[in-house]
Design a protein around this ligand. Structure first.
Ligand SMILES: [Zn+2]
Length: 299
């Protein structure tokens, strides 16, 4: 007992998204979601992180370490500076790691949401600890994580931005400053655009999925086109990495049954690697669980 017990408490995970922040913790090996805060475009980092810190400090179990995951470019070597945050503009340039360290006085790890999701999946053995795996999240953008023998490969810190690899030179401009980025052709907007282009009507990816299930031709056609671009990107990655296989997560991955065939066909045209693509089980608390797993692993 006494001061040597200071860091035997719980590992906390914070998942900050464009609409809400989920906070959970691992205590005695068991994970639970503790609370959810709303975020949004005008969400100010200092105010939110202060409220989250108060919540963490009000719990009985003293935090041993804290992990934070959020979308965008995270400068890990600089201690968790958010270099570019696509959904939370006020977070650009903020050192979220430092703010939490100041409030909580415990070790803090910060990483992007895709890596954090992958850490949770490695921890729960959904991603095997043997082999080279590429994890891809399909949503508004395309996130990527390179996992070798159960560890993430970071390079100088930013590796895995698969969504910004060029698939068409001179193509659709991207907010990243480049053009023809993969996620401009295989992100959520693109998927929905392929449907609008054929029908003149708007439909969300979820509505499209329902329509395709009912055999609506334009919806099926739009998924075929979307799958073609997924196949192009995956073949590029297979040619670069020769991975054991791929895991796919994120909101659009739920529609994979509609685009897998055309993705596979395109992939096989462009690389000689085996098609080994699996869906990774997603849940609303996967981000917070991953962040708490990261805190336990890295701090
Ligand atoms: Zn881009």
């Amino acid at each position: 007992m006494g001061s040597s017990n200071k860091y035997t408490g719980s590992y906390w995970g914070i998942d900050v998204g464009g609409t809400c922040a989920k906070i959970g913790c691992i205590t005695n090996g068991v994970f639970r979601i503790v609370d959810t805060f709303s975020t949004g475009e005008n969400c100010h980092p200092t105010g939110l992180l202060e409220r989250i810190s108060e919540l963490i400090l009000s719990e009985d179990a003293r935090p041993a370490a804290v992990g934070l995951g959020t979308a965008g470019l995270i400068d890990r070597p600089a201690g968790g500076v958010i270099r570019f945050s696509p959904n939370l503009p006020l977070w650009n340039g903020i050192n979220a790691g430092e703010i939490l360290r100041t409030y909580l006085e415990v070790p803090v790890a910060v990483d992007n949401d895709c890596n954090v999701f992958a850490i949770g999946a490695i921890n729960s053995e959904q991603i095997p600890s043997e082999g080279l795996w590429l994890f891809i999240t399909l949503g508004t953008g395309i996130g990527g994580t390179i996992i070798n023998q159960g560890s993430i490969i970071y390079g100088t810190g930013y590796s895995g931005e698969f969504g910004h690899s060029t698939v068409r030179e001179g193509g659709i401009p991207c907010p990243c400053g480049s053009d023809g980025c993969w996620e401009r052709y295989a992100g959520k907007k693109a998927m929905e655009w392929y449907y609008t282009r054929l029908t003149g009507k708007k439909a969300s990816s979820r509505e499209m999925s329902l329509l395709a299930s009912q055999g609506e031709i334009p919806a099926m056609e739009a998924f075929r086109e979307y799958g073609r671009w997924i196949g192009i990107g995956l073949a590029n990655l297979a040619n670069c990495f020769s991975p054991t296989g791929f895991f796919v997560g994120g909101g659009l991955s739920a529609t994979m049954n509609h685009f897998e065939a055309s993705a596979m066909q395109e992939y096989r045209k462009r690389c000689k690697h085996q098609w080994n693509v699996s869906l990774l089980e997603d849940s609303p608390s996967a981000g917070a669980f991953g962040a708490a797993s990261m805190a336990r692993k890295q701090c």
